[in-house]
Design a binder for this molecule. Structure first.
Ligand code: FAD
Ligand code: FES
Ligand code: MG
Length: 283
């Protein structure tokens, strides 16, 4: 059992929780994730390790409530427990000192980006972060990302903070102006990562994306998370989640990601009906 020691509301529907998980923190490296199950009948929820502290054993996860299981997770309070958390899973990013990296993060993808930006920053790499959100209220990890970045640019869909428009438009402008980073890392919604990879391909800039394919076991056994990369089938839970963004078949992945939409909608409706029809009582 993992007791929630801290819970924070970062933005509407985006929450941070901290649990004591020293065995996971000892091994966690940037780019890895965990799979948690709240209770015996709970769905398995993959979440990226947003931060881990080997000294205190505190594991930080950040999640957006998008459906039944993340909404249920969001109902838990400090002091409540999660039945099991398995990890770290996935292949860690091989992070070495480079001259410059650009971190392109969208929405809740800023949290998974943080450990990677931090690792590059600690090695002395120049980190330029481009952070996008729907609105100013939805921007998360602003202070944390500013601490580990040399430059930060913001965009919001409605123009309430920073550039009005897509974060990939800032990326395009920087590359058009002559910036040539060693690597671009893109983490966020699949269409955003696809757009980032399309922009960088024009300039021949290496681009790494973190794929959130639907995962079940997370250990390479069920095949649910398969993605096509450079014409080959890969299991993103063990061979990823990071892949060369220029080689990923995003259209296929986006179609596969939507394959349970009807069931997911029904599960959320039934869950919300069961807890009183609305989420006003959320803790
Ligand atoms: P549902 O209504 O069941 O699903 C909503 C949508 O979420 C689906 O249409 C599908 O696109 C996606 N989804 C559903 N189940 C899964 C699943 N088992 N695996 C992957 N995607 C799923 N989200 C965060 O908010 N923060 C993170 O740090 C984070 N890290 C992730 C790391 C990895 C490696 C992966 C694969 C996913 C990550 N996600 C993260 C996505 C998160 O797992 C899903 O949003 C969550 O499982 C949705 O569950 P639900 O029941 O609330 O929503
Ligand atoms: Fe089952 Fe990757 S989640 S093989
Ligand atoms: Mg679900």
């Amino acid at each position: 059992m993992y007791r929630i020691l801290k819970k924070e509301m970062l933005a509407p529907k985006i929450k941070l929780i901290q649990v004591y998980a020293p065995e996971i923190c000892t091994h966690a490296r940037p780019g890895q994730f965990v799979i948690l199950r709240m209770h015996e009948k709970g769905e398995r929820i993959p979440l990226t390790i947003a931060d881990s502290d080997r000294d205190t054993g505190l594991l930080t996860l950040v999640f957006q409530e998008v459906g039944k299981s993340t909404t249920e997770l969001g109902m838990l309070s400090e002091g409540d427990s999660i039945l099991d958390i398995v990890g770290p899973l996935g292949t860690a990013r091989d992070i070495e000192k480079l001259d410059c990296v650009v971190c392109v993060a969208g929405g809740v993808g800023v949290a998974p980006m943080y450990p990677e930006a931090k690792a590059y920053h600690l090695l002395g790499t120049r980190v330029i972060s481009l952070i996008g959100a729907q609105t100013k209220d939805m921007l998360i990890f602003k202070d944390r990302m500013e601490k580990v970045s040399d430059e930060v640019y913001y965009s919001t869909d409605d123009g309430s903070f920073g550039h009005k428009g897509f974060v990939t438009e800032i990326l395009c402008k920087l590359l058009e102006d002559g910036l040539r980073p060693d690597e671009v890392i893109a983490i966020g919604p699949l269409p955003m990562m696809r757009a980032a990879a399309r922009v960088t391909e024009r300039f021949g800039v290496k681009t790494v994306v973190s794929l959130n394919a639907i995962m079940v076991d997370g250990t390479g056994m069920c095949g649910s998370c398969r993605v096509t990369v450079d014409g080959e089938v890969k299991f993103s839970c063990v061979e990823g989640p990071a892949f060369d963004g220029h080689k990923v078949d995003f259209d296929e992945l986006i179609a596969r990601q939507n394959r349970f939409l009807a069931e997911e909608k029904l599960a959320l409706e039934r869950y919300l009906a069961g807890v009183g029809g609305c989420k006003c009582h959320q803790k």
